[in-house]
Write a protein that binds this ligand. Sequence first.
Ligand SMILES: Nc1ncnc2c1ncn2[C@@H]1O[C@H](COP(=O)(O)OP(=O)(O)OP(=O)(O)O)[C@@H](O)[C@H]1O
Ligand SMILES: [Mg+2]
Length: 241
Amino acid sequence: MNILEVNDLSKAFHLHILNGKKITALKNINFSMKEGEIIGLTGMSGSGKSSLMKCIYRTYITSSGQIMYRSRSGMIDLVKADDHKIIELRKNEITYCSQFLSVIPRVSAVDVVCENLFRIEKNKAHARVQAKNMLENLGLPPELWDAFPVTFSGGEQQRINVARAIIAKPRFLLIDEPTASLDARTKDVVINMLLKMKDSGTSVLVVSHDEYTLAQLTDRRIELKAGEITVDQMVTNENIS
Ligand SMILES: Nc1ncnc2c1ncn2[C@@H]1O[C@H](COP(=O)(O)OP(=O)(O)OP(=O)(O)O)[C@@H](O)[C@H]1O
Ligand SMILES: [Mg+2]
């Protein structure tokens, strides 16, 4: 069963500071996604990958087209859904993990990770134990668990960012470059965490430039070029060189 059907989506930006200059980030985007599938979204810098994720998450307003999402309570067009519905879906079903951690000042690493979990796990101590286990698996040194992530290295921040996105096991995950600044061991940990989520039914749209991550993780790849889909291909062993 499809969890997502994107029909004729386009997205243009009108830059008022440049006399209304129009930039077309996405055009004629059509694809569907099966429940439990992991799709890798690839393409050169500027090809529209993050814009597509943001249209689906509704950070960006889609210019035209439909984004039909099969929520637990039925099909819904994410382009047209009212803000309350979007907030509810973000709370209960859809998580977006951006390329970089937007650091929340004076909140410890553990509590940053726990934010989404606190909504469903009322026992805060129990939530923190889960977060610490996750940070331990991700190899984040224990002395950093109670520190503020603002001073963390790129790779440390990335681990916090991934952990907070997946700890509450969303039903649909949009994740941008989850392994970009990680060493090989940590990369494998993140890949295995995402595969475990897939096993429990999560559908994942992942942006990555990393061939190893894509090969390990994805069932299918969609490549964008200048805002259009140029390749939409199932990953088979023969496709992986
Ligand atoms: N908020 C915005 N306002 C204006 N233009 C934008 C905005 N967001 C994206 N764009 C433009 O849309 C195009 C696609 O950008 P996008 O960020 O989706 O690319 P990307 O494929 O994610 O690139 P990267 O691999 O570098 O992250 C680019 O030309 C970019 O300048
Ligand atoms: Mg991007």
